[in-house]
Design a binder for this molecule. Structure first.
Ligand SMILES: [Mg+2]
Length: 268
């Protein structure tokens, strides 16, 4: 039976120094750093488990990272095998053998045509951000012309509601994760890109892992899934009967998630 395994990366399988948790199990591989501080690490055990997972199933990293941010991780060399498919920018880009898939690009362009253009959504976002204390916000960043992200410390519910209403009227939606606010075209999320891969490889079942509100649709679409105990979704009380929760947190949860996925992928 062909199994598709779609996983978020940050705070699910890879962790920054700040999110690493109290127990760092065994050797750690640093994939990315900023000013000498790791921003993405995973344990050697997690890397080895993912390598095995990629041999047993179709493993699709599904990340909010832009293509450039994803490539910077060098995930293939860390786990010893490069996943054929990867969904970046929350599904806005589908990489096939490392290159953006033109068919998927066309699908996303079609989807974007239903709403306001990216530049207009970015202007709208900037206008809403301008109403907040500038000390609490960052600029609007554009990931691959499809996903908009800005840092907002403690976005209040009223401001988010107004932003969501304005976005909704223009075919965009809002997703928050910690101190980041994301704008995505309505109808686009990681699960949509992963479903496309599922069709292409004729997958019979989907396993998934993720930690944030941007992973909720993917976890719901899966036959079985797992979320970390220290994730934002779990912290918000989100749960689903088919989605397990790790015992550990941080890098230890990453190991647990990789092992959980491999054990289930190996069940035929
Ligand atoms: Mg994440």
């Amino acid at each position: 039976m062909s199994t598709l395994v779609a996983t978020d990366l940050d705070r699910t399988l890879v962790h920054s120094a700040r999110a690493a948790g109290p127990d760092v199990p065994g050797d750690v591989l640093c994939l990315e750093g900023r000013r000498g501080v790791p921003t993405a690490m995973l344990t050697r055990r997690t890397a080895a488990t993912l390598g095995e997972l990629a041999r047993r199933a179709t493993w699709v990293p599904a990340t909010t990272r832009s293509v450039a941010e994803f490539r910077r991780l060098g995930l293939g060399s860390a786990v010893g095998t490069t996943p054929r498919y990867a969904a970046c920018a929350s599904g806005g880009v589908l990489l096939v053998d490392g290159a953006p898939d033109p068919e998927w690009e066309a699908r996303v362009r079609h989807l974007l045509a239903d709403g306001a253009p990216v530049a207009e959504a970015a202007d709208l976002f900037a206008r809403h951000l301008a109403r907040l204390d500038p000390a609490t916000t960052g600029p609007v960043r554009d990931a691959d012309d499809v996903l908009l992200v800005a840092r907002v410390a403690d976005p209040d519910a009223g401001w988010l509601d107004e932003l969501a209403a304005d976005c909704g009227a223009r075919g965009w939606r809002v997703a928050t994760h910690g101190a980041k606010v994301h704008l995505l075209p309505a109808g686009l999320d990681k699960s949509v890109a992963v479903a496309e891969v599922g069709e292409r490889v004729a997958a019979a079942r989907l396993l998934a892992a993720g930690d944030s509100p941007l992973d909720a649709e993917l976890l719901l679409a899966a036959d079985a899934g797992v979320q970390p105990a220290d994730g934002a979704l779990h912290g918000a009380g989100w749960h689903a009967p088919h989605v397990a929760v790790t015992r550990g947190v941080g890098l230890a949860a990453g190991e647990e998630i990789a092992a959980w996925l491999l054990a289930r992928a190996a069940q035929v």
